[in-house]
Design a protein around this ligand. Structure first.
Ligand SMILES: [Zn+2]
Ligand SMILES: [Zn+2]
Length: 163
């Protein structure tokens, strides 16, 4: 089974809260992080985890993802097709949803984050204090990129937020 720093860090955080770092939990985390910048569904995480630890099943995967989400070690996101996808990356980043296939891809924060953090304070007035924000990006994943830019079909219109 591969060892990686982010997997070990999350398993360490679990252990500190009294949850044993079982091979199943390790495989599920490795499956999630192994998908790279793509945030994947429980079914896909299970499929990936089973190649590392054959005793993982969908019930174990759901249970583990619920636990990790409850402890704040994993984020549950809405995929473009309505299914939940999961993000295990600990460092702050944004997400982009593909208007064609619904994939949710990790995006770097860059200077956008700095500007937004400065500006969100300016939004606060006597009536409301802003402490955080959520921002979603829409576009096309690498699989859909070229095709998506040629024509954005009805799916794109359905997914894109109202201006
Ligand atoms: Zn993410
Ligand atoms: Zn796509």
């Amino acid at each position: 089974m591969p060892h990686s720093a982010p997997v070990d860090a999350t398993l360490g955080a679990l252990a500190r809260q009294g949850y044993r770092p079982t091979p199943q939990r390790r495989a599920i985390l490795a499956g999630m992080l192994g998908a790279g910048r793509m945030n994947v569904s429980a079914e896909e995480i299970c499929r990936r985890a089973r190649t590392l630890c054959p005793t993982v099943n969908l019930a174990t995967t759901y249970r583990t993802l619920d636990l990790l989400a409850r402890l704040g070690l994993v984020r549950r996101l809405a995929g473009g097709d309505g299914r939940s996808v999961f993000c295990a990356k600990p460092e702050p980043h944004y997400h982009g949803t593909c208007l064609r296939c619904g994939a949710v891809v990790d995006l770097p924060r860059g200077p956008v984050a700095r500007i937004l953090e400065q500006q969100q304070q300016a939004l606060g007035d006597g009536a409301f204090t802003v402490v955080s924000h959520r921002i979603e990006f829409y576009g096309y994943c690498s699989r859909c990129g070229a095709a998506g830019l040629r024509s954005s079909g009805p799916r794109a219109r359905a997914l894109a937020p109202a201006p």
